[in-house]
Design a binder for this molecule. Structure first.
Ligand code: IMP
Ligand code: MG
Length: 185
């Protein structure tokens, strides 16, 4: 994998701005779910850094669980309508207040399918918290209750978002320079 500096066109959201916004979201969620019935559901793998920092900013007692999904018949950078559950939750979400924690809502297909899937398990409530929202790319309408940042239609990486599985660890969100990035496939 290339050095990230070679393929970084620009830093879109720096680490300070990310943490400031995540603190705000944490405060908002803490106020909305004071009674300890909150379950954060992190969509693997992109949601991990966001889940960790968000959780540390939620002062209300809460639980967390993890779920991995993959989309059917889609290329690496697009998703089709349907998703397959690659790893299911360990917890029963019935009567819990569930907040889905995602890195980015792009086409909206992933979140729409996950919402459908979880809805039938009868949580008390079900909301979406997405760090990034790329509205120009939307194919399926999804309700985003907690939104970190609205971003333009550019391919981004860092802070959970990967480039061929690398660079999820970067503390900022950067735009990929598509002229310099050499995909591995
Ligand atoms: P969807 O198109 O809303 O279903 O988004 C599905 C997934 O695509 C997200 O959870 C991300 O993992 C990935 N994705 C979408 N846009 C980007 C991007 O700009 N960089 C890296 N991953 C992305
Ligand atoms: Mg991804």
């Amino acid at each position: 994998m290339q050095e990230y500096k070679e393929i970084l066109a620009e830093v879109l959201i720096d680490a300070v701005a990310l943490q400031k916004r995540i603190a705000e979201l944490g405060a908002e969620i803490s106020a909305d779910y004071p009674d300890g019935n909150l379950l954060l559901v992190c969509i693997l793998r992109g949601g991990v850094p966001f889940l960790v920092d968000l959780s540390r900013n939620i002062t209300a007692p809460h639980m967390m669980d993890f779920m991995a999904v993959s989309s059917y018949g889609a290329g690496k950078r697009e998703s089709s309508g349907a998703v397959r559950v690659a790893m299911d939750l360990q917890m029963d979400i019935r009567d819990k207040d569930v907040v889905l924690v995602e890195d980015i809502v792009d086409s909206g297909n992933t979140i729409a399918s996950v919402l459908e899937l979880l809805h039938v398990r009868q949580p008390r409530s079900l909301r979406v918290c997405a760090l990034l929202d790329k509205p120009e790319r939307r194919e399926t309408d999804v309700p985003i209750h907690y939104r970190g940042f609205e971003i333009p239609n550019k391919f981004v990486f860092g802070y959970g978002l990967d480039l061929d599985e690398y660079y999820r660890n970067l503390p900022f969100v950067g735009v990929v320079d598509l002229n310099k990035y050499k995909p591995t496939d």
